[in-house]
Write a protein that binds this ligand. Structure first.
Ligand code: AKB
Length: 338
C-alpha cells in the first residue's frame, strides 16, 4: 500500500518555509517536500524531504510509486528578476516543470478515480500595464484585465494558469471516456513580505529588503522611484489564502484563478513606515531603470472581490497590523538573536 501524502515543490523557498510550518501542525498529514536545496533549519524533522529537481521525471515516478499524492502545492519557480537573466532556463523550470507536475497529477487523478488538488501560486506579474497613465486609470485590476505580462516569469505564470485550467476542464476532451481530471486552483499574489526570510530574485523585493536592512542596521538603496506603487501582503495571509482556497468545495468556485491582496503603498510610504519603527534607518532611492520598468507594468492594486465572495477571503493583516504586530516584532527578535 502506498502512503498518502501532500507534495510541496520549491519547499525551501519563502512560501514553502511558511507553508510547511503551518501544514505540519495538522494531524494526519504526511508531507513530502521537493527542492534542489535542503530545507530551512527546523523544517527537516517535520516532513519527508527529497533533494532533487522537479524536471527529473524518474524522481517524480519514484515519488508516486511510494506515495499516493492527494494534493500538490507547486511553489517551485524562478522569480521575475532572476528569470530575466536566464529566460530559457526560467521557461524550462516555470513552464516545463509545471507541465510535468500537471501530467503527474492528471495521471494520479485517473489512477485514484478522484481529482488531485493542484494549488499554484501565481502573481501580479501576470499583468502588464502599458504605461503609468493606464496604471493610474486601473487602480484595482480584475483577473481578466491587462493580461499582457512583460517578463518571462509573468508570461510563464499566465500560461501555466491556462494549462492548469485546461487540465482541470478540457483534458482529452475528444476521448470517448472523459478522464478523471485534476482540480487546479491558483491565487495571484501581490509582493509578499516575510518576517523570517529575505526574498531573492524577485522585483517586488525592494519592500522586504528595505525593512530587513533597517532591522539589521544596514543602509539600503531602493531600486525603484519613490512614487512606485504595488500591492503587498504578509506571509501569514499568503499561507491562509492558499489553505483557504484549497479547502473550499469546488462547487463554490466561480473561477480557478483568483486575485488576493492586502494593502497597496508607494515605495516612499514604505520607507516612512520603516522609519517609524527604525528611526535611524538609512534608506535612499537609486532607481534601476530596467527593474523600474517591470514594477511600473504591475498594477497598483488588485480587485479580490471574487475571492472574498466565493471562499470568504479576507486578509487578517492590514498595513498597520502587518508592521506593528507581525513584521517588526518578529524581525527585531530574529536579528537580535543572531
Ligand atoms: C517577483 O517579484 O518576481 C515576485 C512576484 C511579484 O511574483 N515577488
Amino acid at each position: 500500500m502506498r502512503k498518502k501524502g501532500i507534495l510541496i515543490t520549491g519547499a525551501s523557498g519563502e512560501i514553502g518555509d511558511a507553508l510547511i510550518k503551518n501544514l505540519a501542525g495538522r494531524e494526519g498529514t504526511q508531507i513530502i517536500t521537493l527542492d534542489l536545496k535542503p530545507l530551512a533549519a527546523g523544517n527537516e524533522n517535520i516532513v519527508t524531504h527529497v533533494t532533487g529537481d522537479i524536471m527529473d521525471s524518474s524522481l517524480l515516478a519514484r515519488l508516486v510509486s511510494e506515495y499516493e499524492i492527494s494534493t500538490i502545492y507547486h511553489l517551485a519557480a524562478l522569480l521575475s528578476t532572476r528569470a530575466e537573466f536566464t529566460p530559457e532556463q526560467a521557461h524550462r523550470v516555470n513552464v516545463e516543470g509545471t507541465m510535468g507536475l500537471l501530467k503527474l497529477a492528471s495521471e494520479q487523478s485517473q489512477w485514484r478515480g478522484e481529482p488531485v488538488l493542484f494549488i499554484f501560486p501565481s502573481s501580479i506579474a501576470a499583468y502588464g500595464l502599458p504605461d503609468l497613465e493606464v496604471k493610474t486609470q486601473f487602480p484595482r485590476v480584475r483577473e481578466w484585465e491587462w493580461n499582457y505580462p512583460c517578463t518571462m516569469y509573468g508570461c510563464n505564470k499566465l500560461y501555466c494558469e491556462m494549462l492548469g485550467i485546461y487540465y482541470s476542464q478540457n483534458y482529452r476532451q475528444l476521448a470517448a471516456d472523459r478522464p478523471v481530471m485534476l482540480d487546479f486552483r491558483s491565487v495571484r499574489f501581490p509582493g509578499l513580505i516575510s518576517a523570517f526570510t529575505v526574498p531573492s530574485g524577485g522585483t517586488s523585493d525592494y519592500g522586504p529588503e528595505m525593512l530587513h536592512a533597517a532591522a539589521k542596521g544596514e543602509p539600503y538603496a531602493c531600486f525603484v522611484r519613490e512614487d512606485t506603487c504595488i500591492p503587498f501582503m504578509v506571509m501569514p495571509d499568503a499561507i491562509e489564502a492558499l489553505l483557504k482556497l484549497a479547502e473550499t468545495p469546488v462547487s463554490a468556485l466561480s473561477r480557478r484563478v483568483y486575485n488576493v491582496t492586502s494593502f497597496s503603498l508607494t515605495a516612499a510610504q514604505f520607507r516612512e513606515l520603516v522609519l517609524r519603527f527604525f528611526p535611524n534607518a538609512k534608506i535612499s532611492f537609486k532607481p534601476d531603470l530596467q527593474r523600474q520598468k517591470i514594477v511600473d507594468s504591475w498594477p497598483a492594486g488588485l480587485n479580490d472581490h471574487d475571492a472574498r465572495r466565493d471562499w470568504g477571503w479576507k486578509p487578517e493583516y492590514d498595513l498597520e497590523r502587518s508592521f506593528a504586530e507581525y513584521l517588526v516584532p518578529n524581525i527585531v527578535s530574529r536579528y537580535r538573536s543572531k
